[in-house]
Design a protein around this ligand. Structure first.
Ligand SMILES: NC(=O)c1ccc[n+]([C@@H]2O[C@H](COP(=O)([O-])OP(=O)(O)OC[C@H]3O[C@@H](n4cnc5c(N)ncnc54)[C@H](OP(=O)(O)O)[C@@H]3O)[C@@H](O)[C@H]2O)c1
Length: 254
């Protein structure tokens, strides 16, 4: 997997629409830019008007695609209403990328010290929100299209000091694998991407950055290929994108 700058690729997503849920986040904004560079019409969804405005400033000028920002809370329990609102405005989508979550309070807390308040917030933002987003959005996708969901690699390993990030990642991976099995090839392709640390603007601003990591735009270009059904990975439901050197794997390295 190589790193290319926005705008250097054939715009093969021209005429296709992709919903990015969590477009206001560090990964989401990079995914949005990459999909725009590939020619997609991107609906960037988020809950905060100011953050959606910042997304428009950062990504809106990237062509040849078109960015539309959309204020919506996919974690709203009324998934039918969320779905109806999106359907009325945009109709069916060719693809969706789900990249939402909450890193939790700063610092590390051992599992036995986690408060009920933090537990509830982490389950709400990192698990319930994903369940409700899947419930709202999956039926909006073209059956020939693809849903791309991101889960952190802490799904696979003990994660001392961040137990709820790891636990919810493991649970999200389980949800996506079950959804893939339940759809049984009927409906959009489901791609669960288990990701290592990703270069994003907010993380870099906090001093967390490494050239060995994949960038948010790399994830966006990969998601673009999956939405288009191009390349070697578009038939693979479970993929690991751990770092630049490893590329794309379909099982964990031993
Ligand atoms: N960056 C990495 O290195 C990395 C690595 C592995 C896994 N991940 C996971 O990938 C996800 C995104 O990471 P990130 O770095 O982009 O995080 P981020 O910059 O904090 O962005 C989080 C995004 O999630 C949205 N969000 C949070 N809670 C939500 C909820 N309950 N309902 C709907 N949207 C919600 C936020 O939207 P609003 O603007 O509406 O608040 C924001 O767009 C996280 O789950 C993170 O754990 C990231």
């Amino acid at each position: 997997m190589t790193s290319r700058s926005a705008g250097s690729e054939e715009p093969y997503l021209r005429g296709r629409s992709v919903l990015v849920v969590g477009a206001t986040g560090g990964i989401g904004e990079g995914v949005t830019r990459a999909l725009l560079a590939l020619g997609a019409t991107v609906v960037g969804a988020g809950r905060d008007p100011d953050r959606l405005g910042a997304l428009a400033d950062y990504a809106g000028g990237i062509g040849p695609g078109t960015l539309r920002t959309h204020l919506v809370d996919v974690s709203n329990p009324d998934s039918a209403a969320v779905r109806a609102q999106l359907a009325e405005r945009y109709g069916q989508f060719d693809g969706a990328v789900l990249t939402v979550g909450n890193w939790g309070p700063p610092g590390r807390t051992s599992l036995l010290e986690v408060s009920d308040e933090v537990w509830d917030a982490m389950i709400a933002d990192n698990l319930t929100s994903h369940f409700r987003a899947l419930r709202a959005i999956t039926p909006l996708l073209d059956p020939e299209g693809a849903l791309v969901h991101l889960t952190g690699f802490s799904a696979e390993i003990p994660y001392p000091g961040n137990a709820l990030v790891g636990a919810t990642n493991a649970a999200k991976k389980s949800l996506l694998r079950t959804l893939t099995a339940e759809l049984g090839g009927k409906g959009p392709r489901i791609h669960e991407l288990v990701i290592g640390p990703i270069r994003t603007r907010p993380r870099a601003a906090m001093g967390a950055d490494s050239p060995s990591w994949l960038g948010a735009e790399d994830l966006g270009r990969h998601a673009g290929e999956l939405v288009a059904g191009r390349g070697p990975w578009s038939t693979e439901p479970l993929q690991y994108l751990l770092d630049r050197a490893s590329g794309v794997l379909t099982e964990l390295p031993r």
